[in-house]
Design a protein around this ligand. Sequence first.
Ligand code: SF4
Length: 367
Amino acid sequence: MKSKVRHVLGISGGKDSAALAIYMFENYPELPIEYYTCDTGKELEATYQLIKNLEIYFGKSLTLLEAAAKSHEDPFDHFLQLYGGYLPSSASRWCTRKLKLEPFEKWVGNDPVVSYVGIRGDEDREGYISKKPNIQSIFPFRKNIWSEDVVSKLLKNDHIRKVANWYQQTDTQHLERILEIVEEPLSSKFVQTEKLNALLNLDTPAFNQVAFAFLKTTNYPLSAEANFPLVDNDDVLKKDDIYDILKRSGVGVPQYYEEITFEVNGKKGTYARSRSGCYFCFFQQKIEWVWLYEQHPDKFRMAMEYEKDGYTWMQDERLEDLIQPERMDQIKEEQIRRIERAKNNTKSPYLVDKLNDEVEGCISCFL
Ligand code: SF4
């Protein structure tokens, strides 16, 4: 017998996952979503504040997943000791695996799980949450809410007849044109993305009905659900929508995104942090380390204490070298040049958008 499907949504401390939680809470109250967060013990206060604000908004606590919960140390420190002081890096990111993915996978066990992920409609990336087959990702902010593996199976040339039949059972007004597209096989001249976009652009809810009918023939978690309300969803949410949701709800945009002015050699520039996650995260840029040093000196000092026995957060520079006055001036000057170079027409008040500074790779930490 199939067990009950769980619906879960992870909140990283970044703006997009927080906005998604609010969006799902407001628009799909019928879905029994479990909202959770993973604590590394090393987040900035603004992240913990965002979590508190969300709890006030929801009127209940989020589920807190903590790795090594029985340890007397913070989760990060516990694992750092097990790794013999070996600091994580983009090439060896044991922190995400130990502190986020493994507690998540342990929490859901073998239950069939639908996991909602806040990748926006203006982003071109897929995002990785888990490779476990009992966990299915859904992307409510995108026109295409389905994961790449679902789409590639659905649109296989072998499935053309079935897809055509499923479309005939929808009430789409564009059936004739849709069937022409469905019946054109994928080839080097007509690739999957083109076919997908053509079908979505003609009728998104009809495509979703077909995808849901297809899932019923598989072992994906959603095959066990009689209905899935997001089938009717054709919203596409972009950056401005995310900020609007956070502000309108009263939850607010995390404070570290706020642009702060600095002065160097008689010139003015600005800096901010571009992501959530641990204050010492090795993904941050040099200017963000300078921001940390000047805005959160206590956290910077703690980050410095981790640099010992030859281990450093950055491959090319130790933190104690980065904060030498001449070096900081150099980094600030470069930031001013970057801002000048960024011929960005965005109306966003946030530096992360003006500089297009969002990182790929760690949606568990930064979304
Ligand atoms: S925020 Fe950075 S340091 Fe922290 S767990 Fe994620 S990748 Fe690792």
